[in-house]
Write a protein that binds this ligand. Sequence first.
Ligand SMILES: [Zn+2]
Length: 309
Amino acid sequence: MRQLLSNWVLASAIFSCVSSVLYADEAADPATVPFPVLDRGVPKSMGQFPYLVPLTNQKSDWPPLFKTPKTLPNETPKSKTSLEISAMDALPAPPKIAVVIDDVGYNRRGMEESLALPLPVVLAILPETPYGARTAQRAHLQERITILHAPMENERELKLGPGGLYVNMDEQTFKQTLYDDLDSTPYVTGVNNHMGSLLTTHSEHMGWVMDIMAERSLFFIDSLTSPKSVAYKTAVERGVRTVTRDIFLDNVRSEEAISKQFERLLKRAHKQGSAIAIGHPYPETTRFLKRRLNQPLSAQLVTIDTLLQ
Ligand SMILES: [Zn+2]
């Protein structure tokens, strides 16, 4: 009798165990029931039941079927609360500065040191120079903005070098020279003037320059080598995106003088909201900029295309 009783207890225990595995899903919350799966390998603890899946939320040694995504694909990310938005609006936008290095292309050292400056620094490349095209290509690989540094006639009759644009040129010669300058300098997205204290005061010639800027979707930075320059005004009239230089960094080539000019640039940016500096690939300038631009600044260093009007 005792034997019979113990067999019955054992049989009922096995039945209740198997039925709880088979039917537990009826009582479970449907959202929490794992998907049924076919054989994905037999967990050690389930030996002879390879097709059974755990139907409860109890921890099992089955590998998880899916990683639960943090948000569902169609769900938009959690939007910011109005409190968070107003806090962000209250923060004033930092002033912006942009730096252009002119006269790049004549020597290897200038090329290497300019390419080592932080990426927002724009390089203005002289046409048909020994390292001009190479600098443009390497800058392009860095995703750095380059512009053509178009040589323009100055009042002091200083030599312009190859690709110079002169007041006495007729329209066709003038435009062909500028096309050739652009073609010798790949990937440029804008132009600024090298010298040009005479040419930038001539409306007609600036009109020819801006015709080509508009045709090729290029922007123009007025280096402002003459207070009488009409380059900016002409660009605006022709719908060419443009901006003017604020500070020359290195008219005096000493780190002390360059540092003073850089502080003037920051001051100007705080006053106006943004300011643009032009420097040259002199060792004093590149050494200073490499150090200073990597230090904390009271203004944000941006690429010049973000400051165009
Ligand atoms: Zn120049």
